[in-house]
Structures are given as C-alpha cells and as structure tokens.
Write a protein that binds this ligand. Structure first.
Ligand SMILES: Cc1cc2nc3c(=O)[nH]c(=O)nc-3n(C[C@H](O)[C@H](O)[C@H](O)COP(=O)(O)OP(=O)(O)OC[C@H]3O[C@@H](n4cnc5c(N)ncnc54)[C@H](O)[C@@H]3O)c2cc1C
Length: 587
C-alpha cells in the first residue's frame, strides 16, 4: 500500500503567503478564517485521511461493491469509515451554516479535496457528488426544496448524484431520451435509463437524491428541451421523514479499470416521482452549476493522485540501489537510484508540476469565492469570467498531468510499479477516469476554444493575459530572470491566441485540431504565473525558513527550464493546422 503524508507545509505556505487577492480578502464572512483555524482543520484532515481513508484504497480495489437482491453493498470498511466521516462533520466543511455547514471557503476545502483524492478517490466520490448536488440545489432549488433536502445532505445522512449520461449520449446531451411527464399536482413522472452514475446506489446513506436531466413532454428536441429534476430514492414526506421507495432501481454496477470501490451504476427510472429544479427547458444551465464546480474538483483529483505518486516515488528512489551513478563516487557496487540524473529529472518534473498546480488551484479558489460571494457585482463578474476561462484548463491539465505523473511513478518503481505489490499501478488506474468524466478533456479543450475564447468578443483571455503582465511587472529583482522567461512564453500564448481566434472564424478544423495544444499552453503559462507568486513570497521571506524556500526556488528553476518550454512545441505543432489531419483517408 502506498504511504501518504499530507503536504501541510506547502498548503499552509499558500494559505499564509499567497492569500493576496484583495477582493477575496474583502469577503466579510471569511475574515475570521485565520491561519490558526485553518492549521487546526488541516491537521485534523491529515489525520483522518492518513489513518482512516488511506487503508480503504487497497481493500476497496480488491473488493468492489456488489449488487445483491437489488441492494448495492459497498466495499468492506466503507460503511464504518463513512459513519465516522460524517459524525466528524467532514462533508459539511464548505457548506452554508444556514443548512448546518461549517462555511469554510474553497481556499480551505480544496486542500481537503486534495488529501481525500490522494488517499482514496473511490471513497471521496461518495461525498463529492453530494456536495455537487448540494451546490446545484442551493443555487436553483426553491426554498421549500432547499429546506427539505439540504440539511440532511449537509449532514451526510442523504447523498447526491448527477444523472446525465445515457446509453446513446455522453458528450452530446441533446440526444437524451429520458422523459418527464407532468402530473396534475405539479410533480413529474420520470422514465428512462441512466448509465455510469457515480454513487448511483449504495448502503452508506438513508436516502439518495438524484439530480436527473430529462425532457418534459412537449419540450423541443436537442439541448433546448432539457429540464432538471430532483428524484429521491425514497420519497420524502411533508414532515421530512422518509416514506416509500420511489421508482428508481439499480440495473447493474459497472466493472471498471479503476476507482473500483466507487459504485458506478446503471439506474432505471420507471415513472419515478420527480420535482423540477430551476426553469423548464433550462436544465443544462442549472446542471452546469454542479458540473463547473465539479470540474475543478476533478482537476484536484488529478493533483491529489499525483502527490501520493510522487511521495512514494521519492521514497522508493532513496532506497532502491541499482547501477553506479558516478564511477568515482560509488564505493559499494550500486547507488540509490535517486543518484541517477534521469530519475532526478523525473522526480523534479513531478514535483514542479504538482506544486505549480497547487498554487494555481489556490489562486482559482480565491477567484471562485469572489465570483460567488463578493458584494460588488463588477468584481464578482470579473472573477466569474476568470473562473469560467480556467475551469476547463484545471480540469484537463491536472488530470492529464496525473496520467504523466502516475506513469512516471510506475517507471521509477520498475517492475514493482507494474505488479500489484506496492499499489503504484492502482494510482495509474484510478487516475485514468479523470480525463474522461465530467466532460472528456478533448471536450474541455473545445469548450475553452470555441466558447471561452469567443465569450465577450474574446475579451476574457486578453484580460487574463494582461492581469499576468501587470502582476509580474512589479516583481522584485531576484524574480526577474523568471519573469523574463515567462514574458517570452506569454508572447507565444498571445500569438497562439490571436492565431486561434482567427481560425475559429474561418477554419474550424484548424482550430479544433489545435484545441488540446492551446489548453496545454494556457495551462503551462498559468502555472508559471502561479510559480512567480510562489517565488516572490520565497525571496521575500527567505531568511525565516531557508530550507523550505530554497527548495521552492530550486524547484521553480526546474519548472522554468524543463517544463515551461513545452509551450513552444505545442505552439509549433498546432499552428501547422489541420491539413495533414483532415486530408488523410483512413481505410
Ligand atoms: C467511472 C465513470 C463515472 C461516471 N460518472 C458519471 C456520473 O456520475 N454522471 C453522469 O451523468 N455521467 C457519468 N459518467 C459518464 C461520463 O461523464 C461520460 O463517459 C463522458 O462524459 C464521455 O461520454 P461518453 O462515454 O458517452 O463518450 P462519447 O461522448 O461517446 O465520446 C467518445 C469520444 O469522442 C470524443 N468526442 C465526443 N464528442 C466530441 C466532439 N464534439 N468533438 C471532439 N471530440 C468529441 C470524446 O472526447 C471521446 O474521446 C461516468 C463515466 C465513468 C466511466
């Protein structure tokens, strides 16, 4: 089983030194969320994830949930762990105190999301979708619905799901067939089949609240005719108690490559009672509240799995002796493999990407909070624009990097990485879903290019590039060599942005074929921007924690010289266009 120590020092460094978004600091309700409080929370979070959640990863992988007489039984140990998890209030960390939550900002809950993802993604998913459904109901539900469902969800006694996918539609939800028939009492009868539903059924909670996309009778075809419905597994009575079973049943549990302990279900809706959430035919818009926040969390999943993969690779490299790294230095036959330049390169590649991602994510968490909670509408809108621009980037970049990092972790472990002995191959398998669900990474890249770059006449990306330019202009002298490098790559990003904006107008295939590369370029530059912030704090505070800051500076050196230059190759290949792709005739 891989070992894990939560990276508390790095997390507290970000919270203490990079919480410099003026607008974020103006949010009244977070003014009391100070360093001591956050340290206490994260230390407790580290304990529960390291001690209680981590052991579930292997046992869940070996013993996936089963469907027995229509009941889904979760992996051994999950029920007990979940009970403790909710008793200690971990589900409610970021929820509104009005419904029983603890009201912590995303600058804190994102760290907890990372720890959970590192230790057992399957376990995390049982509560993650609840928070997703909670966010959606909070924003779009009526007061009656909110008061009836949210307190139990925040308590963790009821869980949530997101039911979009059907056998005929995954990416293209306009094709969905699930029907909703309006009844005389204003409720709907929902009929159809949903597949691949995470936590679709299980024995951890008393009730499951499904958020289901369906087409109401008389609604138009395509995405314009989709509405959102709340469909409980058990009908909830007027007084809030649980009543009879609703018409939802589990057809089967998917047999999967990874996250095996997460019950991914086929759900059959047979005239199930549903309540419309938000306006009719605007269901996709409402569901996007859940999906957008979820997408950032999927990025964090990739980051969390990368972190545990790195930690174990580092320990292994310090112990495994093979070959001589340096003829003159080695005395007794073989050196630890950490002495080999190529292994060191690989470890630094992981480390510099992980720490860059964590810093970028911290920036995005601040923006997200401003977009949701600031009093000033202009500040809110600007933050919301940046969040919408960067959501597909964080989702795709972090999950793709998770594949690179878990693959490299296996490589560092050699044959022991490929066999099941050390649990490293499980990290690769578990991460493999992250580039697929919540909208595949290709679809994220298309969303970035064809929606986000076009929004507001392309103004958002220009504002983002300008924001970086403004912020790095005033960097102190020691950071300047890094700023110079970033400016060079910002120029490439600007050229690439202009190129792709032109192509969107008159050559869709050129733009489509460049989407993935463009997303990577924006992602590497955004991480470099985050690294500049880290460097500024490191040089400023150097004398107070030399070892920590020296480590940051060295890691940044690697990022700027060995990772950031990948931008150039993405730009060069993508701007050759789509001719050699579209002209080719597949046999
Ligand atoms: C373990 C697991 C858990 C899941 N959990 C949930 C859940 O809780 N709720 C839920 O509703 N769904 C869930 N899903 C479904 C998941 O979101 C979909 O699998 C995903 O969105 C892709 O849809 P698809 O599988 O139908 O692939 P398709 O949409 O058929 O796509 C196939 C390929 O074509 C590409 N493609 C499709 N359209 C385009 C396009 N326009 N341009 C370029 N490329 C394109 C895709 O990128 C992909 O590579 C889950 C899936 C899995 C495996």
């Amino acid at each position: 089983m891989p070992s894990y120590i939560a990276p508390l020092e790095d997390m507290m460094f970000l919270f203490n030194k990079l919480r410099n978004n003026e607008k974020y600091n103006e949010i009244e309700k977070y003014k009391e969320v100070n360093s001591e409080l956050v340290k206490d929370i994260l230390e407790e979070a580290a304990k529960i994830t390291q001690n209680l959640i981590l052991p579930l990863a292997k046992s869940g992988d070996d013993n996936p949930p089963i469907l027995e007489n229509g009941v889904v039984r979760t992996s051994p140990g999950f029920k007990e762990a979940y009970k403790k998890f909710i008793e200690d209030g971990w589900i409610s960390l970021s929820c509104d105190p009005k419904y029983g939550g603890q009201g912590m900002p995303k600058t804190v809950s994102a760290f907890f999301d990372e720890m959970l993802s590192s230790t057992c993604l399957s376990f995390k998913l049982y509560s993650e979708l609840t928070i997703g459904a909670y966010n959606c109901i909070l924003k779009h539900g009526s007061d009656e619905i909110k008061n009836k469902y949210l307190p139990k969800m925040v308590e963790g006694k009821w869980s949530g799901t997101m039911c979009l996918t059907e056998p005929v539609c995954g990416t293209d939800l306009g094709l969905l067939k699930t029907k909703a028939e309006e009844q005389s009492d204003g409720t709907y009868k929902i009929s159809g089949q949903k597949i691949f539903i995470t936590s679709g059924d299980h024995d951890l909670t008393e009730n499951i609240i499904h958020l289901v996309l369906a087409r109401a009778n008389g609604s138009p075809k395509g995405t314009k005719g989709i509405s959102l419905f709340l469909v409980p597994k058990f009908i909830v009575k007027e007084d809030g108690s649980i009543g009879s079973r609703n018409g939802v049943s589990t057809g089967s549990i998917e047999d999967k490559m990874g996250i095996k302990a997460s019950a991914t279900c086929v759900l059959n809706f047979d005239g199930a009672v549903g309540y419309m959430i938000g306006p009719k035919n605007k269901g996709l818009n409402s569901m996007f509240t859940m999906m957008n926040l979820e997408r950032i969390v999927v990025g964090i999943q990739g980051l969390g799995i990368s972190e545990i993969a790195y930690q174990n690779s580092l320990s292994y490299a310090k112990e495994r002796k093979q070959g001589k790294a340096n003829i003159t230095k080695s005395e007794n036959g073989a050196d630890n493999i950490i002495e080999h330049a190529d292994i060191r390169r690989s470890l630094l590649n992981m480390k510099s990407i992980i720490e860059g991602e964590r810093a970028l994510c911290f920036w995005l968490s601040q923006q997200t909070e401003v977009s949701l909670n600031h009093n000033d509408e202009i500040a809110k809108q600007q933050a919301s624009d940046f969040v919408s621009l960067m959501t597909p980037v964080v989702k795709s970049m972090f999950s793709d990097m998770g594949m690179e990092i878990t693959s490299d972790a296996m490589q560092i472990h050699g044959g022991y990485g490929f066999t099941k002995d050390l649990g490293i191959e499980q990290l690769y398998r578990d991460n493999r879903i992250t580039p697929i669900y919540e909208g595949t990474n290709s679809v994220q890249a298309a969303d970035l290019v064809f929606r986000k770059l076009v929004n507001k006449d392309g103004d958002i990306i220009d504002k983002y590039i300008n924001l970086i330019k403004e912020e790095i202009k005033t960097s102190e002298e020691k950071v300047q060599p890094f700023v110079k490098q970033l400016n060079y790559y910002l120029e490439i990003l600007t050229k690439f942005t202009n190129w792709i904006k032109e192509k969107i107008k008159d050559s869709k295939d050129d733009a489509s074929a460049a989407c993935n590369d463009y997303l990577k370029v924006l992602g590497f530059v955004a991480m470099a921007h985050a690294w500049i912030k880290v460097l500024e704090a490191s040089f400023r505070d150097y004398e107070n924690n030399k070892n920590f800051y020296e480590d940051k500076i060295q890691t940044a050196n690697f990022y700027f010289n060995r990772v950031l230059p990948r931008v150039e190759s993405h730009f060069k290949t993508a701007t050759t266009g789509s001719k050699y792709i579209m002209d080719y005739k597949f046999n």
